[in-house]
Ligand binder design. Structure first.
Ligand SMILES: NC(=O)c1ccc[n+]([C@@H]2O[C@H](COP(=O)([O-])OP(=O)(O)OC[C@H]3O[C@@H](n4cnc5c(N)ncnc54)[C@H](OP(=O)(O)O)[C@@H]3O)[C@@H](O)[C@H]2O)c1
Length: 317
């Protein structure tokens, strides 16, 4: 379906032509919409480690890409054009969405978004900060509340408390009255404390296994030996939630704990609950840096470093 901004007008977009090639900002045609879709003028988007994994081809089995591929899943913007069968949105409405990783498209001036993926932006955080919400907050929420059913009074260990997922996980866990312990290093230690962690362990100088025990839920965003050691701090019957590497089933059995790999799936109703929770509280989006779309390629490298303190936000004004 042709729309006023679609077709021949060029837009800037961060694309890759194949796996493992550097992303490049290029002029590409502004996309057209199909029935049930909305053209969104993007104000800001956020990076995730997933973008790096997609670019490197690590996710090919789950999310095979068709090239050229415009990177980016998390965006905020305004409705530019809503298809004739779309009734919920009007031109100018401020919207938030997570795109399917296989289609991508958030690192561009415009994106085509399915109507049923769009939610209204939160009021308590800026439009730019809101771009940091969908994948990181969605994963933390899915893990803590949908997989583990975290409750008041439970003890949770959040690895990488100053990361994208960890920064939301600390706040979500605190918001239900859990006792939160986080791992971090350097400036991340103070950040994790300020986000609400009751205890922060410097993972570079201390072995968390010697500092905590009787944990009900571990959110492991690291994998490897961090995950292996995490089994030692769980109480019998506790829960290990892994986002980076599938949990070792044999170790889970040996420690008499449950363990799941949390595979974040876009879900509008979850995103709406997160927006409600943000508007009803003092939950923050931890921002590592805001960069202009002109600096997107460097921002991508920073995300790839694994050292970000929260979300890297890319603006498109
Ligand atoms: N399965 C899914 O659906 C799903 C969804 C979302 C994310 N993920 C995955 O989950 C992982 C985390 O995502 P994210 O967005 O939170 O990443 P991120 O924001 O890039 O995490 C960066 C943070 O990790 C910290 N960190 C690095 N190594 C650490 C260690 N050994 N112990 C404690 N902290 C450490 C860094 O702190 P320092 O600089 O102090 O080291 C940094 O603050 C990634 O692998 C991502 O791909 C998976």
């Amino acid at each position: 379906m042709a729309c006023p901004s679609g077709g021949d007008d060029p837009m800037k977009a961060l694309r890759i032509g194949n796996y493992n090639v550097a992303p490049v900002v290029e002029d590409v045609p502004t996309p057209d919409i199909s029935p049930g879709e909305v053209l969104v003028r993007i104000k800001a988007a956020s990076l995730n480690p997933l973008d790096v994994k997609l670019q490197r081809g690590f996710m090919h089995a789950f999310f095979p890409l068709a090239f050229p591929y415009i990177l980016g899943t998390d965006l905020v913007g305004t409705v530019e054009y809503a298809g004739s069968d779309v009734n919920r949105w009007r031109k100018g409405d401020e919207v938030l969405a997570r795109l399917d990783p296989t289609s991508g498209g958030a690192f561009a001036e415009f994106a085509v978004v399915r109507d049923d993926y769009l939610v209204s932006v939160p009021k308590k955080v800026s439009l730019e900060e809101a771009a940091g919400i969908p994948t990181a907050a969605g994963t933390a929420w899915q893990a803590l509340f949908e997989v583990a059913d975290l409750k008041r009074g439970q003890r949770v260990l959040v690895h990488a408390g100053a990361g994208g997922v960890g920064s939301f996980a600390i706040q979500f866990a605190r918001s239900v009255g859990a006792h939160v312990i986080a791992t971090a290093s350097g400036t991340g230690i103070d950040i994790a404390r300020r986000l609400g962690a009751d205890q922060v362990i410097d993972y570079r100088s201390e072995n968390f296994v010697n500092k905590v025990s009787d944990i009900d839920v571990v959110l492991d965003t690291i994998g490897g030996e961090t995950q292996q050691r995490s089994f030692n701090v769980l109480r019998s019957g506790g829960y290990l939630l892994a986002t980076s590497a599938p949990p070792d089933e044999a170790l889970a059995k040996a420690h008499n704990v449950a363990a799941s790999f949390v595979f974040h799936a876009s879900d509008r109703s979850r995103l709406e609950k997160i927006v409600e929770a943000i508007d009803a509280s003092s939950l923050k989006v931890l921002v590592d840096q805001k960069v202009s779309s002109l600096d997107l390629a460097q921002a991508f490298e920073h995300q790839a470093s694994g050292r970000a303190r929260g979300k890297i936000i890319v603006t498109f004004d």
